[in-house]
Every structure is written in C-alpha cells, then in structure tokens.
Design a protein around this ligand. Structure first.
Ligand code: GRF
Length: 220
C-alpha cells in the first residue's frame, strides 16, 4: 500500500476529510505522518487524536527558506512517502523542494485554476462577479498555484453570497475532490502526459465535479 505525508498549517479540515476517507477504506493509503510549520495548527490535535504521527518544523526557527525546506525534506523523507499532500500548507516552497518531489506533490487550491491563484480567492471571485467558482487539486510545479490539474469541482456563485458562504460551499467540495485525487494516485490512475494529467479512462468522467450536479438543478 502506498503511503502519504500530509503538510498543514492550520485548521486541517482537508487533512481530516482525507483521514476519514482513509479510515473508511475509500482511499487505500497509509498516512505515515502529518507535518506542520506552525506549532499551534489545530489540525495537529486532530491527527494526534487519531494516532497519526505528527511533527512540527517551525519555519520561524530557520534563517532562510532554503534551510526550512531542507529541514522539511529531511523530516518528510524519514517517512519515505510515495506522495506528499499539501492541505492548507501556507508556505511558499523553494524550487528545490518542489523538484525533489516532482510528480508526487499535490496541492488543493480554493479556486478554478488558472483563475485566482494566490490568496483571498473567494473575495476576488465575488469582486469579479464570476458565476462559477470552485476548487482544484493539482500536481505542484515551481510556479505558484500552477501545475497539472487532476480534478476540479465547480461551485455556482449565488445571489447574496458573501465570502464566508461561498468559502463554505467550496470547502465542502474540497472535501470531496482531495480524497478522490489521492485515491486515483494510490490506484495508479494518474499519468502525466505533456504537462497534463490523464485520468485512466473509467475514472475520467469524475474529474469534473459540479455542485449541485447538473441533473439535480433541472426543474421538475
Ligand atoms: C483550503 O481552502 C485549501 O484549499 C487552502 O487552504 C484552506 C485550508 O483549509 N489551500 P483546511 O486547513 O484544510 O481546513
């Protein structure tokens, strides 16, 4: 069975949904460890309560980004994971780190990339007046919030939405798509071809999730 290490910085709800999916058998991986760059990350308590080993690599203890990333690599590689899962990990990673885990480093981003890379995605989506927002799971490349897209979920922006309401509906979809992407990785369904991800044929239809499903939105 493949193993994963999850990197967090805070609340850890994506990590928790992954742990749930692993515990239920829906995602066939072993979670070797959860690492945080912040000692106060709430997700650390959630992981510890489930007997998942945790480590803190406090970025404030390192003089440079390179030194921090080197410490992260050492801590991660001690668990020899097949896949490193960024789940709300709020540090920009050096190219050296990203290249070290090429093809086995995933991130979730709360927008339909390539729209709205960076921070405050929900607020920016509201300001732009987009009708469709969502989230993206992608392999990480050195360019921030870019990289081959694995799965996206589309979430309609509703009249009267504020940042919190929209964020909550997107987060619910994040909790669906991240376990799905990790399952595909674990089952060997993902292939990188020319910088794009191919999901093995029988899974292909699921790599676009729409919430609510188009059929469900139809009247009558
Ligand atoms: C999520 O919205 C994720 O997409 C973004 O940071 C947030 C982390 O939330 N990268 P959580 O810590 O998983 O609850």
């Amino acid at each position: 069975m493949k193993s994963i290490v999850i990197l967090i910085s805070g609340r850890g709800s994506n990590m928790e949904s992954l742990l749930d999916a692993v515990a239920s058998g829906a995602v066939p991986v072993r979670v070797a460890a959860v690492l945080s760059n912040r000692p106060d990350a709430k997700g650390l308590d959630i992981a510890a309560a489930r007997d998942v080993p945790t480590r803190v690599i406090d970025h404030k203890q390192y003089a440079s980004r390179e030194a921090f990333d080197a410490a992260m690599v050492e801590a991660i590689d001690a668990f020899a994971p097949d896949l490193v899962v960024l789940a709300g990990f709020m540090r920009i990673l050096t190219d050296g780190f990203v290249c070290h885990y090429e093809g086995r480093l995933m991130n979730i981003h709360p927008s339909l990339l390539p729209s709205f890379p960076g921070l405050h995605t929900h607020q920016r989506a509201l300001e732009e007046g987009v009708r469709i927002h969502g989230c993206t799971v992608h392999f990480v490349t050195p360019a921030l919030d870019h990289g081959p897209i694995i799965v996206q979920a589309a979430v309609p922006v509703l009249d009267g939405d504020d940042e919190d309401a929209l964020a909550a509906r997107v987060l619910a979809q994040e909790h669906r798509v991240y376990p799905l992407a990790v399952r595909w990785f674990a089952e060997g369904c993902l292939r990188l071809i020319g910088g794009r991800v191919a999901v093995d044929a029988e899974q292909g239809g699921e790599s676009l999730l729409i919430s609510p499903a188009v059929g469900a939105a139809r009247p009558g």
